[in-house]
Design a protein around this ligand. Structure first.
Ligand code: AMP
Length: 280
């Protein structure tokens, strides 16, 4: 497995692969890999001849009071897991090589970036779309893989690809969960033992709402009230937001209309966990 630090190395590698007629897949991550990330790699390995994984904790998607400095990192372990999963090249740049002094260009998908998580993380998606567009221009991948765990993120990236005519196909990969339902996340590492015990209650409340919808309940007010109650019952949880929205434009719904997205964020102490369920 090759390890590259500089954008130019990846650009050359991808050019060589394309000249050999090979299909290239890209799996962008911030590292501290878990089975969620590895499921993206598994899809990429199935579909592509060569797989590039980027590991980069992207400073522009963190707010000033967020966890950029303390975000968990373990490059040795990540490299081993990437190798075992079948990654051909890890791209692990330094911030100064992605955002050199005087860097000034950002891309933002308007409206979608302001909804849901965008309300509590104002510049977050601008940072995501900027880094992902850079990664697309560096890796020239035919396919790129993103998790439904970050539902709003993949919806925004698909919109960016359509709006900017980017020559890449985005694949959505289902959320990988722990046995008790908690969505796998690098941030689960921050949870105290007690928080970890309570954290699956968040997904359980979404599942209960889904069951209600499956039984025919279509009032979004009633459904979200139920989830709020359930989350209130989790003593260490503090709800950031919970919304039921149209799965394409992310606008709030009054009555369930499919495809819908039920998405929320919950704080356990300082740790902010997100989760969602698509209603299709
Ligand atoms: P991150 O390293 O958290 O930025 O995530 C990198 C990619 O992995 C994103 O496309 C995420 O949506 C995806 N991902 C993270 N957690 C999971 C999960 N539990 N299941 C599936 N994909 C995930």
């Amino acid at each position: 497995m090759k390890i590259a630090k500089l954008p130019a190395e990846i650009q050359q590698l991808s050019k060589d692969w394309h000249e050999q007629g090979l299909k290239v897949g890209l799996v962008p991550t911030m590292g501290y890999l878990h089975e969620g990330h590895l499921s993206l790699v598994a899809e990429a390995v199935k579909e592509c001849d060569k797989v590039i994984m980027s590991i980069f904790v992207n400073p522009t998607q963190f707010g000033p009071k967020e966890d950029y400095a303390t975000y968990p990192r373990d490059m040795r372990r990540d490299l081993r897991l990437a190798y075992e999963a079948g990654v051909d090249c890890v791209f692990n740049p330094e911030p100064k090589d992605m955002y050199p002094q005087g860097y000034a260009t950002y891309v933002k998908v308007e409206q979608l970036s302001e909804r849901l998580c965008g309300q509590s993380r104002p510049d977050h998606f601008r940072g995501v779309t900027t880094i992902v567009l850079k990664l697309f221009n560096i890796a020239h991948a035919d396919y790129a893989y993103f998790g439904q765990k970050d539902a709003q993120q993949v919806i925004i990236l698909e919109k960016m690809v359509r709006d900017l005519n980017l020559p890449v196909i985005i694949r959505r990969v289902p959320t990988v969960r722990e046995a008790d339902g908690l969505a796998k996340s690098s941030r689960n590492f921050y949870l105290s033992a007690e928080e970890r015990v309570q954290a699956p209650g968040f997904y359980a409340s979404l599942l209960e709402a889904k069951r209600l919808i499956d039984e025919g309940e279509d009032s979004v007010a009633r459904i979200t009230a139920l989830i709020r109650e359930r989350i209130d019952d989790i003593s260490l949880a503090r709800l950031d937001y919970l919304e039921l929205v149209d799965a394409q434009n992310l606008l709030p719904l009054e009555k369930i209309q499919k495809p819908a997205l039920m998405a929320g964020a919950v704080f356990f102490g300082k740790t902010r966990l997100i989760d969602n369920i698509f209603i299709e």
